[in-house]
Design a protein. Structure first.
Length: 467
């Protein structure tokens, strides 16, 4: 940093110190945190600020705006596209102290929460009141409601309850100049002109800092059935999906698929224990939650019976207890062993379910042709048309060009199916050069016009989503 810039940053920090408590500011040299869930490199930033409430967030933004100081907002830092990773010139605005659940209203089936509340904390608090906040993802123990809003998070219950956008009724956000936009609507219906809160959902912190939210709740389910099924072919997966949608209509809450190589990798010696043979082509993890335990159980048993009779199921295990259920979900959600040998690149694409088998086969072939020792692990929220891949090229250390070559292989094959390069993870820094494959020039110009209107100085999350 040049001397003038250093003085400027020092003045900005001095003014910030006058509006925040001392313990709410950590200077860059004292930040002892990793960059993100995915990157254990140390955090680099000018300073890390932890405001206690919306008015402190507003003051922070007002001062940063005055000094044209770039700010990156951080929730749980679990996003998969480096959008919350800071650089040495940025100030981090962490939402960790905005951690209050303000209310859980059973009659109106809504909760009002601050943005830094961890997803699992809200889920547990709702369950204690016999209500369910139905967003659910593997990072539930770390990700925050503000992060879920800003990424429009998806996860394992989208097929039943939708993405985060479908669960948000109201929001409060702070603009880049410190203006507070409060839209804490609690009603399901409110067509009073533009629905401004939508701007802050899925825009990855580039248009405002979300400080509070009103989210929808549903009654806590009274029954839960979970089964892990091993099948031979992808056509069996499709048959199970179609039959399940019909027979468990209204209670189907998750339909996840793991391709054989993923399942085998996470259940190797020392990994998760596998309750069924490890040699199947595909594994379906299916869950139903309802309100009539006896009837739901009958429906579930009938479904499995039918699928056996038709020969769609090769093997299956039904969870007999909550511990069994957790064990099955860990196979799907805990893929730590795959991340041990780096570099591993993560992909999150969406495309028509009918084209998935062909797309996965094509990409595996393309990656293998490029790097003969490569490994590709596929899994996903198949009922939502969403597949994740972990690709390990086994072709030397992580370099920008290796990552780019891998991206090109994965995304080129997707064009044919008009799929999206980002189903639920967003764009961040990692995918911005591919944005034009999934959004038209006109769409991107409208996005840029919105950014220019709300944040003309490009202070909020600069360089994320687009330049
Ligand atoms: C094990 C694992 C499983 C996952 N599974 C899923 C999944 O199934 N579905 C899915 O969609 N994602 C999944 N993710 C990705 C990730 O958890 C989500 O993107 C999550 O919503 C990010 O929340 P966060 O609090 O960690 O946000 P962060 O990573 O901190 O931030 C994400 C983005 O939002 C911005 N941001 C954060 N808080 C605010 C705020 N208050 N106001 C404005 N901007 C803000 C940040 O600047 C950044 O751009 C998974 C991640 C992991 C590690």
């Amino acid at each position: 940093m040049a001397l003038d810039e250093t003085r400027f940053a020092a003045s900005c920090l001095a003014e910030l110190s006058s509006v925040l408590q001392k313990k709410s500011i950590i200077l860059g040299c004292d930040i002892d945190r990793v960059a993100s869930y995915w990157d254990v490199a140390p955090t680099r930033a000018l300073a890390l600020l932890m405001p206690n409430n919306t008015s402190e967030v507003s003051e922070v933004m007002r001062i940063c705006h005055k000094y044209k100081q770039p700010v990156v907002t951080q929730g749980g830092k679990t996003n998969c596209v480096q959008s919350a990773n800071s650089n040495p010139e940025e100030i981090i605005l962490s939402t960790e102290k905005l951690n209050q659940i303000e209310s859980i209203d059973i009659v109106n089936a809504v909760a009002s929460v601050e943005a830094g509340v961890v997803l699992q904390t809200l889920q547990k608090a709702c369950l204690e009141k016999d209500m369910l906040f139905p967003l659910d993802l593997g990072s539930r123990g770390s990700c925050t409601i503000g992060g879920n809003v800003s990424t429009n998070a998806g996860g394992i219950s989208v097929l039943r309850y939708g993405m985060m956008r479908d669960l948000v009724l109201g929001l409060e956000a702070v603009l880049s100049d410190g203006t507070i936009v409060s839209s804490m609507n609690q009603m399901l219906k409110n067509n009073s002109a533009y629905d401004v809160k939508q701007l802050f959902i899925g825009s990855e912190g580039t248009l405002g800092v979300v400080t509070r939210a009103v989210v929808k709740l549903v009654p806590k389910p009274l029954s839960c059935q979970t089964v892990l099924i091993g099948v031979v072919n992808f056509s069996d997966v499709i048959e199970i999906l179609n039959e399940t949608r019909r027979r468990l209509a209204g209670i189907l809450s998750a339909f996840e698929v793991m391709w054989g190589p993923y399942f085998q990798a996470v259940t190797e010696d020392g990994g998760h224990s596998s309750p069924i043979s490890r040699g199947h082509g595909y594994y379906v993890l299916l869950e139903a939650e309802g309100s009539d335990p006896e009837r739901d159980d009958q429906l579930f048993q009938k479904l499995l019976e039918q699928l056996y009779l038709r020969g769609a199921i090769e093997d299956a295990v039904v969870a007999q207890s909550e511990a069994d259920r957790i064990g099955l979900w860990q196979i799907r959600e805990d893929f730590g062993v795959i991340l041990e040998d780096t570099p591993v690149f993560l992909y999150d694409v969406s495309l028509p379910i009918s084209s998935m088998e062909e797309y996965v086969d094509l990409t595996i072939k393309a990656v293998k042709e490029k790097w003969s020792l490569s490994e590709v692990y596929a899994l996903g929220h198949i009922a939502d048309g969403n597949i994740h891949f972990f690709v390990r090229p086994n072709a030397g250390p992580a370099t920008f060009s290796l990552h780019q070559t891998c991206d090109a292989l994965m995304y080129k094959a997707l064009k044919k199916y008009h799929g999206s390069i980002s189903a639920e993870h967003g764009i961040g820094i990692e995918k911005k050069q591919w944005l034009s494959q999934s959004r038209s020039e006109t769409e991107i110009s409208v996005m840029k016009a919105l950014k220019h209107t709300l944040d003309p100085e490009k202070l909020l999350n600069p360089g994320r989503v687009f330049d």
